[in-house]
Design a binder for this molecule. Sequence first.
Ligand SMILES: [Zn+2]
Length: 313
Amino acid sequence: MTYAVGIDIGGTKIAGGLVDDEGRIVREAREATPGDAAQIPEVVAQVAQQVRGDAEVAGIGIGAAGFIGADRSTVLFAPNIRWRDEPLAERVCELTDVPVVVENDASAAAWGEFRFGAGADSDDLLLVTVGTGVGGGIVHRGQLFRGGFGVAGEIGHLRVVPDGLLCGCGRRGCLEQYASGSALVREARLRLDEPSAGPLREAVGDDPDRLTGPLVTQLAQDGDPLCDDLLADLGRWLGEGIASLATVLDPTVVAIGGGVAAAGDHLLDPIRRAFEASLPAHGHRPLADLRLATLGNDAGLVGAADLVRSEPV
Ligand SMILES: [Zn+2]
């Protein structure tokens, strides 16, 4: 058995796991993400040491949101952490003395799903993660596709609306402004005054912070038509976006992951409908199999650990 450490750096917590070569997490730890980005390598090293114990490991794989260089070592740009050209792998390696690679979190999750989850029966996979933002990862012919500069797969920033809503990336009309959990909450707020929003208003009460993606999902699952409609809208954006991606990438399997995927068929059915309706030459070509991701929040951590093992530095 070869073990590796997987680390998932999130905006609020740094999660770590000791992962075996069948993708099982055998030991876990987590710490709060420090507000000062300069302290993150130290906390990563601490979490890694906690899960590693005295186990022999192939290395540490780190999944982080942002643009990761082709060297699998440098964070070129992170949206939520003040990192610009941060030599993250080098810093963590100095503190731990084992090989370290850094991967984009959605790419790491795609690899995890490909090896041990929704794509385990396939030779390729497109993973679309729908959470606060929209991310993606591409596996082609059994290999993670990183692109020439390492920053491929940023599907949340496909422009879907000319001169649309301003995005955190600095451009307008990106898919994630219409198809993310944040967009779901924004649209739900806009519809709170509608006559059909009674159940949603009741659930939110006078506390707007209670209007969250999971609440909309819960109400949709309880049969609320407005919340079902909100998810259907989100699914339509995603299905159309995935059709554009499939036009270029031609994947056999597309998996939907991230927090919003908890909505299950309430999201997957409208995605499928929009995907099929938007695909060029529909009816005259094989259709990719759209399914839910299966590893949940662990996908990135498990994938990052497996990448340091299967593609050593
Ligand atoms: Zn954008």
